[in-house]
Design a binder for this molecule. Sequence first.
Ligand SMILES: Cc1cc2nc3c(=O)[nH]c(=O)nc-3n(C[C@H](O)[C@H](O)[C@H](O)COP(=O)(O)O)c2cc1C
Length: 649
Amino acid sequence: MSYKPEYPNLCNFLHVGKCTLRNRMASAPMGFPDLTEDGCLTDGAIAFYEERAKGGAAIVTVSEACVDYTHGKSHGRLINLTNPGVLANLTNCARAIKRHGALANIELNHAGMLSEFDVVAEERKGVEEVHYGPVDCVVNNTQVKGMTKEIIDQTVALWAKGAALCKRAGFDMVMIHAGHGWLIHQFLSPLTNKRTDEYGGSFENRARLALEIIDAIRREVGPGFPIEVRFSAMETAEGGIKLEDAVEFAKLIQDKVDILHVSAGGEPDFGITHPPMFAEPGCNVKYAAEIKKHVHIPVATVGALNEPELMEEIIASGKADIVCMARALLADPELPKKVEQNRTDEILRCIRCFVCHAERMLTQTRVCALNPVIGREYEAKFIPKAAKSKKVLIAGGGPGGLQCALTAAQRGHDVTLCEKSDILGGSLKCETNVPFKAAFSKYVKTMSRRLELAGVKVCMNTEVTPEFVREFEPDALIVAVGADPLVLPLPGMDSEKVVFGTELEYKEDRIGKTVAVLGGGMVGCESGLYLAEKGHDVTIVEMLDVLAPDANPRHRPILMKLLEKSVAIKTGLKASAVTEEGLVCIDKDGKEVLIRADTVLAASGMKSRTELADSLRGTAPEVRVIGDCVQPGIIRNATFNGYHAALDL
Ligand SMILES: Cc1cc2nc3c(=O)[nH]c(=O)nc-3n(C[C@H](O)[C@H](O)[C@H](O)COP(=O)(O)O)c2cc1C
């Protein structure tokens, strides 16, 4: 049968300058700190970008390359374009991308007044610590100097020099970062640019630095070499950049550059730039669509994009010419290839949980909740097929069991996965109805499909007991039997009034108008938010003084903001009983407090099925216990441990 793409617009090529994009899907910049102290890419970093190219993206954007490592670092570890020693590994990186048919792009940046000064690096010794921005000001207790004309000229020259180095290294194009609150954005935004000279005041003046940088880069790279400009079409703060300004900016630069990359949000707008799970897919496309009406060059859009149908519609309807994805290509770097090959049922959709961003911040590592290869792309190249195909039995169809089954089968083992219930997904099952968790259900569906393709035998309604294992005679047994909800030993917990968070999916019709959520961890908070959005009057009751301490530091603030608007929060209350009236609690002074409720939603945590897991130990020559039955945790732990258990087989 002849090939016919299901998403013809998304798969269509596009000429830009002297380059051709093989399709309309691009890998957006994502910086991770696996760089050397002097700003060179490690083999791990290069392998990360190479995976994106192998996965079929038309453009792979390497981020963030700093044009001024002394004064312009946005984070601790960046590519250092002022270090001549970076050329060789930049070249290797560009080659690694290009050899798979993608265009190698690199994002150039300067952090301006948000710069970090690296006092550790040897070459920095004796250099005065200076942070430059549009005007003299204090940022995070650090004095910032307004840039003089001389410093502006030097900085513009550094951008051009950096771009020239990237071109020499073999990059096909460059991206100028003019958004997200960094230097060029600081000049564009009236909030930060209070200058009174030719770089401040009017819109043309605020855009002058950007234009000088674009012109200087064009002089270095020559005509036909695509320059992409990434900018924020709006910021939320009063007096900040508005969409009308962004339209004017786009019109002003369109004859000098090749792609307008429309992002959103200023420095404090993390949840706008990086839409959380609570935002609609493609929530920032409207900005690109408006800009596209006013310009004649290709426009790229970004933010919460991973559904082929939606991306096809964006291109087909002319809202944008290119769709860029960051987190979607962490969850599944092969997304573009799968779209082109009409294999969209195999795409793992990003759940926008922010584990990637949070771990970058907390541990300086690169991880993804759904894709355990992220951060291990280099090692993954050398994982051999199993020397001997083993008969592997997996007990439990939660995320750990699913991932382990997939990886083991891909390595050549003969895998059978048994699930006691009639649905796969383990603890994810209870989130089936929650709109902002829709991607979790899709994850389970995709994993089932992948298991099928990998030849895993899946047995539903099948409990793995010690007798079952002995009869089955596996070479290896993976125990991934999960956890049960913790039942607090309180009077009334067995009443009809109590619904457990884990039962939300099938007992929702029993939930009354007023709900007391017992337990303010992440699960309690998210369930509370869901019920409030459905019109219930929700009170979250927590013994500690904080809610959701188990949520990661990127997800938590966004969740808290939404909760503050929609639920009542009672912290420092210890539940003592469930009664006809609701949830009885004791406050810090020992006083009894009644939270009136028709339903008590119990979300006090999970308890590993240790006894069950222990009963299966010693029943096969190799036994590995993974996931929630070792310690209840987030999906990322389950997939990580499932994957690594399979590598050990
Ligand atoms: C882990 C991570 C690192 C990022 N690093 C950068 C960066 O270095 N430069 C940049 O311009 N944007 C960066 N971004 C923002 C993305 O390019 C993108 O604009 C944003 O994540 C929204 O797209 P998404 O919903 O497809 O993730 C990063 C995003 C993530 C998740």
